[in-house]
Ligand binder design. Structure first.
Ligand SMILES: [Zn+2]
Length: 240
């Protein structure tokens, strides 16, 4: 398990990432990887000298199999309360099927989407305790602001942890070979707007559902990548 910044650890679980956040007397987890990854989470918790019942919050960025795959098992083993955007709660509650996506533009998107995303996949269902409201700040580890970022998935949220100046970008973009698109989109235009939305925020560190986290100057990289789109978007909106 690697530290990203003070209080934030990335849990190693193959192609998908989960993040463990250490508060004074409790822990929070953002996403939990593919099915069968619960032991990676429990090992990470014990690696911090904590016990599984100190995991009090399990916040999901969206209901895809690579983000909620181990949820039911983790809920059984810990004291975690679960959080998700209302649009994705029924999918978690049934364990699939998942809304179809169109692969992201380019060859890599097509290959990865076919490899990793199967809308008919079924998971063990997980009940969600608390629906997330865009704009609210969750009272977890000093405050996580909930930002609705549809595109990949209608119920996707990013989380801005202001105390640590870290953005959890979910699958709005990946950082596999630099900042890039997720494997696919339910709605490409909404996905582009969400990328711009994140580029308009200020933060130092960033974590992604896929690829390496960035510890410093992350919002500069977002602006360099998506800033021009952001300007175009502002122009379109002021012209409309
Ligand atoms: Zn993902």
């Amino acid at each position: 398990m690697k530290r990203v910044i003070k209080g934030v650890y990335i849990v190693p679980m193959g192609f998908a990432n989960a993040f463990l956040i250490e508060g004074d007397d409790e822990l929070a987890l953002i996403d939990d990887g593919f099915p069968g990854k619960e032991s990676a989470v429990l090992t990470a918790i014990r690696g911090l000298g904590r016990s599984p019942d100190q995991l009090k919050h399990l916040v999901f960025t969206h209901a895809h199999p690579d983000h909620i795959g181990s949820a039911a098992a983790i809920v059984r083993e810990t004291s975690a309360k679960t959080y998700m955007h209302p649009l994705d709660i029924p999918i978690a509650g049934s364990g699939g099927p998942f809304r179809p996506m169109t692969p992201a533009p380019g060859l890599l998107g097509r290959v990865l989407c076919n490899l990793f995303f199967h809308p008919d996949e079924r998971l063990e269902p997980v009940a969600i305790d608390q629906p997330l409201t865009p704009g609210e700040t969750l009272p977890i580890a000093g405050g996580f602001e909930v930002i609705h970022v549809p595109g990949l998935c209608a119920g996707q949220v990013a989380l801005l942890w202001r105390p640590g100046r870290m953005l959890f970008a979910a699958d709005v973009c990946t950082n596999i070979i630099g900042l890039g698109d997720p494997v696919g989109f339910e709605n490409l235009e909404e996905g582009r707007v969400s990328q711009c939305k994140l580029a308009s925020l200020l933060f130092d560190a960033a974590g992604f559902g896929h690829g390496k986290p960035i510890a410093r100057d992350a919002s500069t990289r977002f602006r360099n990548k998506y800033g021009r789109d952001l300007e175009e978007l502002h122009q379109q909106r002021s012209a409309a």
